[in-house]
Ligand binder design. Structure first.
Ligand SMILES: *[C@@H]1O[C@H](CO)[C@@H](O)[C@H](O)[C@H]1NC(C)=O
Ligand SMILES: *[C@@H]1O[C@H](CO)[C@@H](O)[C@H](O)[C@H]1NC(C)=O
Ligand SMILES: *[C@@H]1O[C@H](CO)[C@@H](O)[C@H](O)[C@H]1NC(C)=O
Ligand SMILES: *[C@@H]1O[C@H](CO)[C@@H](O)[C@H](O)[C@H]1NC(C)=O
Ligand SMILES: *[C@@H]1O[C@H](CO)[C@@H](O)[C@H](O)[C@H]1NC(C)=O
Ligand SMILES: *[C@@H]1O[C@H](CO)[C@@H](O)[C@H](O)[C@H]1NC(C)=O
Ligand SMILES: *[C@@H]1O[C@H](CO)[C@@H](O)[C@H](O)[C@H]1NC(C)=O
Ligand SMILES: *[C@@H]1O[C@H](CO)[C@@H](O)[C@H](O)[C@H]1NC(C)=O
Ligand SMILES: *[C@@H]1O[C@H](CO)[C@@H](O)[C@H](O)[C@H]1NC(C)=O
Ligand SMILES: *[C@@H]1O[C@H](CO)[C@@H](O)[C@H](O)[C@H]1NC(C)=O
Ligand SMILES: *[C@@H]1O[C@H](CO)[C@@H](O)[C@H](O)[C@H]1NC(C)=O
Ligand SMILES: *[C@@H]1O[C@H](CO)[C@@H](O)[C@H](O)[C@H]1NC(C)=O
Ligand SMILES: [Cu+2]
Length: 604
C-alpha cells in the first residue's frame, strides 16, 4: 500500500513536469547470468558474464521510472543482484540481499525486483551473494535527473553556452566502472584465506569498464615507489614483484592470530607475467565543450586514486547526489563510491591517459584508460598528475578535499539524534574474519532461507549482535569506532556501506569515542570535530586507516523507509569474513511482503 501511494505521487509529479516522451516509463531489464571463460586483462579464467558481456550492460533510466529488473540465473550456483545506492523507497523486498531481503536465486531460477528510480544519479548493480563481485557480476545504473531538479552547474559558470554544454554532458555521461581483477575466482580467493589464516589483498590488474592488462614493473621501480613509511616498516625487505606488501609482514597487515604461510598459493603474491589486454577508449568531441566522467568504484579490494592527464575535474556529484562543485586533479576513492566530474574539452586535441592507481599501502599497481579527442593526434604524450604508485608528480596537483563535499541544494540532518549505536570494528577469531561491532561475525548465508525481512521477530532479528532495530521517523546516529589494540595492531580503512537512504557524515576524530551520544561528545570535543550544517550526504562512510591509534567516524540518518537494510564493509574479503549487520529500520511499521516475493513467514 505504502509503495503504491508513493508511486502515485511520483506519477503525479511526472504528469505535471514531464513532457510526453519521458512520461514515467516502465522499464524492463533482464540480466542472464552465465559462468564462462573470459580474459578481461588478457589472461583466461572462469567468470560471470551478464548477457554475455563484462561488465554487465548499462541500465539507463529517467528519474521516476518504474523498473522491473529480472535476474535469470544460469550460473552453477545461487546468486542475487543488489542495486547499490538505490534507496528502494517502499520496496524493501527488491534490495537484492540474500538472507536479508530475499532468498537467494537458485541456479536455474529467475527473480524480478521492482523498484522506482526516485533519485537521480550514478549507481551500480552488483552481485550480493558470496564474493560474486570478484567474479565480474556488476554494471552501471544511470538515473537522469528530472528537468526540475536544481543543478549546481551555475556555481561553475554563468555562461549560457557552457551551461547548456554541461547539461548535455550530464545527460550523456561517460561512466568509468573501475574494478580490480584477480586470476583466482572468488571461491579460490576465499579458500586461500581459510588455508592460510591471512587477510589477503593482492590482485593481478586494475580494470576500467572491464578492460586492462597485467602491468609489471621492475623490482627497482617498485622499491622506488614504495612510500618511505612503508619501506621503514618493511625493515629491509621489499614489496613483491607484483607490488604487494607481503602478508608475512604480520604486524602491518594482519592481526595476531595463527597463520599457515606455507599454504599461500605460490602465484598469489609473487610472479608477474605481463599481458596485452585491451584499453578502454573514452572518445570525446571538443566541439561539445564539456564531458561528464562518472567514476564508479566496483573495486573488491583496492582503493584507487584517479586522474585524467592535463584535465582538472569539476566534481559535481558524489554517491549520486549533487554537491557544490569542487575543482580537483585527483580523486581518492573507496569501494562502492561514485564521483561525477565535468571536464572542459579545451586541450590540444589528442589522447590523454586516465590513471587508476591503488593508493593504499597494500599494493603498488595501476590501470589505465584513454581519453581520446575526436580528430586528435594519436601520438600525443600526455603529462601525468600521479605516478604508478598513485603519488602526485608535482606539488601543484590538487586532490579532492573530502571535508568540503557540501550537498547541493543545501541540506542537513536533524540537530539531535533519537538513538545512538557505537560499533567497535575489528578482527574476530581469525585474521581474515572481521566484526562490525566487536561481538559477532555475520556469516553471509546465515539467514538464506529465512530472510530477516520476512522474520522480524526471529531470534537473530532480535539479537543486537546482528541487527539494529529502529523506529520509523526517528534520527539515528551510528559511530564507527576503529580499535587499535590486540588483536588489531593496525587496521585498513573500512568503507562501510549502508543500504537504502543516504546518511550525513557528521563527525570524525582520532581517539576513542568515549561518550553515549554525539550531543554529549559535542560538549567535550574541540570545535570543528562535528559538522551538522554542511555534512556530506552519502551511502558510504569510510573509517580512517589506523596505524598509531584508534579513530572514529559518525553518521546520522533518518529512519524513513521501513525495511531490512544491510550495513557492511565493502571490501569483499572483509564482508566474506563477517563484517556486516542488518538495520531493521522502522520495524514497528513494516509493510507486508507481497506474495510474489516468496515471503514465507517461517516463524522464529
Ligand atoms: C552565477 O549567478 C548566480 C546568481 O547570480 C551566482 O550566485 C553565482 O555565483 C554565479 N556563478 C558564477 C560562477 O559566477
Ligand atoms: C628488522 O630487521 C633486523 C635484521 O633482520 C632485525 O634484527 C630486527 O629485529 C627487525 N626489526 C623489526 C622491528 O622487525
Ligand atoms: C604487446 O603488444 C605489443 C605490440 O603488438 C608488443 O610489442 C609487445 O611485445 C606485447 N607484449 C606482450 C607482453 O605480449
Ligand atoms: C604527431 O603526428 C603528427 C602528424 O601525424 C606530426 O605532425 C607530429 O609531428 C607528431 N608529433 C610527435 C610529437 O611525434
Ligand atoms: C605532492 O603533494 C604534496 C602536497 O601538496 C607535496 O608536499 C609533495 O611535494 C608533492 N609531491 C611531489 C613529487 O611533488
Ligand atoms: C553478543 O556477543 C557477545 C560477545 O561475543 C556475547 O557475550 C553475547 O552473549 C552475545 N549476545 C547475544 C544476545 O547473543
Ligand atoms: C556486545 O556484547 C556485550 C556483552 O554481551 C554487550 O554488552 C554489548 O551490548 C554488545 N554489543 C552489541 C552491539 O550488541
Ligand atoms: C592476541 O590478542 C588477544 C587480545 O585480543 C590476546 O588475548 C592474545 O594473547 C594475543 N595473542 C598473541 C599471540 O599475542
Ligand atoms: C572514558 O570515560 C570514563 C569516564 O569519564 C573514564 O573513566 C575512562 O578512562 C575513559 N576512557 C577512555 C578510553 O578515555
Ligand atoms: C566554532 O567555530 C565556528 C567557526 O570557526 C564559530 O562560528 C563558532 O562560534 C564556534 N563555536 C563555539 C561553541 O566555539
Ligand atoms: C516512516 O517515516 C517517514 C519519514 O517521516 C514517513 O514519510 C513515512 O510515511 C513513514 N512510514 C510509515 C509506514 O509510517
Ligand atoms: C571467517 O571468514 C571466512 C571467509 O574468509 C568465512 O567463510 C567464515 O565463515 C568466517 N568465520 C566466522 C567464524 O565468521
Ligand atoms: Cu573492511
Amino acid at each position: 500500500m505504502f509503495s503504491s501511494c508513493y508511486r502515485a505521487l511520483i506519477l503525479a509529479v511526472c504528469l505535471v513536469f514531464w513532457t510526453s516522451p519521458l512520461l514515467c516509463a516502465q522499464v524492463k531489464f533482464a540480466v542472464d547470468l552465465t559462468w564462462e571463460l573470459g580474459a578481461p586483462d588478457g589472461q583466461t579464467r572462469y567468470m560471470i558474464l551478464v548477457n554475455g558481456q563484462f561488465p554487465g550492460p548499462q541500465l539507463t533510466l529517467d528519474q521516476g521510472d518504474d523498473v522491473e529488473f529480472t535476474v535469470i540465473n544460469h550460473l552453477p550456483f545461487a546468486t542475487a543482484v543488489h542495486f547499490h545506492g538505490i534507496e528502494q523507497n517502499g520496496t524493501p523486498w527488491s534490495d537484492g540481499v540474500p538472507g536479508v531481503s530475499q532468498k537467494p536465486v537458485a541456479s536455474g531460477a529467475t527473480f524480478t525486483s521492482k523498484w522506482t528510480a526516485t533519485q537521480y544519479g550514478t549507481y551500480w548493480y552488483h552481485g550480493h551473494a558470496e564474493g560474486q563481485v570478484q567474479d565480474g557480476l556488476y554494471g552501471v545504473i544511470l538515473v537522469r535527473p528530472n528537468p526540475y531538479e536544481p543543478s549546481p552547474f551555475s556555481l561553475i559558470t554563468n555562461d549560457s553556452k557552457s551551461l547548456r554544454a554541461m547539461r548535455m554532458a550530464e545527460a550523456t555521461p561517460k561512466p568509468l566502472l573501475l574494478s580490480d581483477w584477480s586470476h583466482l575466482t572468488s571461491d579460490q580467493y576465499m579458500a586461500a584465506e581459510t588455508a592460510t589464516g591471512y587477510d589477503l589483498f593482492c590482485v593481478d590488474s586494475m580494470l576500467v569498464n572491464g578492460k586492462g592488462s597485467v602491468n609489471c614493473q621492475t623490482q627497482q621501480t617498485l622499491n622506488q615507489l614504495t612510500p618511505p613509511p612503508l619501506a621503514h616498516l618493511l625493515n629491509g625487505s621489499t614489496v613483491t614483484d607484483r607490488g604487494c606488501t607481503p602478508p608475512t609482514k604480520a604486524d602491518l597487515t594482519q592481526g595476531n592470530f595463527t597463520t599457515q604461510g606455507s599454504n599461500l598459493p605460490a602465484d598469489m603474491y609473487s610472479g608477474c607475467t605481463p599481458t596485452n589486454g585491451s584499453v578502454e577508449i573514452v572518445e570525446v568531441d571538443a566541439s561539445s565543450g564539456w564531458a561528464s566522467i562518472n567514476f564508479i568504484s566496483a573495486m573488491s579490494l583496492k582503493s584507487p586514486v584517479v586522474s585524467i592527464d592535463e584535465h582538472s575535474m569539476w566534481v559535481y556529484a558524489v554517491d549520486g547526489h549533487y554537491i557544490q562543485p569542487q575543482l580537483a586533479d585527483t580523486i581518492f576513492m573507496y569501494n562502492g563510491e561514485r564521483y561525477s566530474a565535468m571536464i572542459q574539452l579545451d586541450k590540444t586535441p589528442g589522447d590523454y591517459t586516465i590513471r587508476v592507481a591503488n593508493f593504499g599501502a597494500d599494493q603498488i599497481i595501476s590501470g589505465y584508460a584513454t581519453l581520446s579527442y575526436k580528430y586528435g593526434a594519436k601520438n600525443h604524450t600526455s603529462v601525468p598528475s600521479i605516478n604508478y604508485g598513485g603519488v602526485n608528480t608535482t606539488a601543484s596537483v590538487t586532490p579532492l578535499d573530502k571535508s568540503l563535499l557540501v550537498p547541493f541544494p543545501a541540506s542537513a540532518p536533524a540537530p539531535t539524534a533519537d538513538a545512538t549505536y557505537i560499533l567497535n570494528l575489528g578482527r574476530k577469531y581469525a585474521n581474515q574474519n572481521w566484526s562490525l561491532n566487536g561481538n559477532a561475525t555475520y556469516a553471509l548465508d546465515q539467514d538464506y532461507n529465512s530472510p530477516l525481512l520476512f522474520n522480524p521477530e526471529s531470534p537473530r532479528a532480535l539479537n543486537s549482535n546482528y541487527t539494529i532495530r529502529t523506529k520509523n521517523d526517528t534520527w539515528i546516529d551510528i559511530v564507527l569506532q576503529v580499535e587499535l589494540a590486540p588483536p588489531n595492531p593496525a587496521q585498513p580503512a573500512h568503507p562501510v556501506h549502508k543500504h537504502s537512504n543516504k546518511a550525513y557524515i557528521i563527525g570524525s576524530a582520532n581517539g576513542i569515542f568515549n561518550y553515549t551520544s554525539v550531543a554529549e561528545a559535542m560538549k567535550y570535543m574541540p570545535n570543528g570535530t562535528f559538522n551538522l550544517q554542511t555534512p556530506q550526504l552519502r551511502d558510504s562512510f569510510t573509517t580512517p586507516s589506523v596505524l598509531l591509534g584508534p579513530a572514529w567516524v559518525a553518521f546520522r540518518y533518518q529512519s524513513a523507509n521501513p525495511g531490512a537494510w544491510f550495513l557492511h564493509c565493502h571490501i569483499q574479503t572483509h564482508l566474506d569474513g563477517g563484517m556486516a549487520m542488518t538495520i531493521l529500520d522502522g520495524v514497528d511499521t513494516w509493510p507486508d511482503v507481497p506474495a510474489e516475493y516468496g515471503a514465507v513467514n517461517d516463524g522464529p
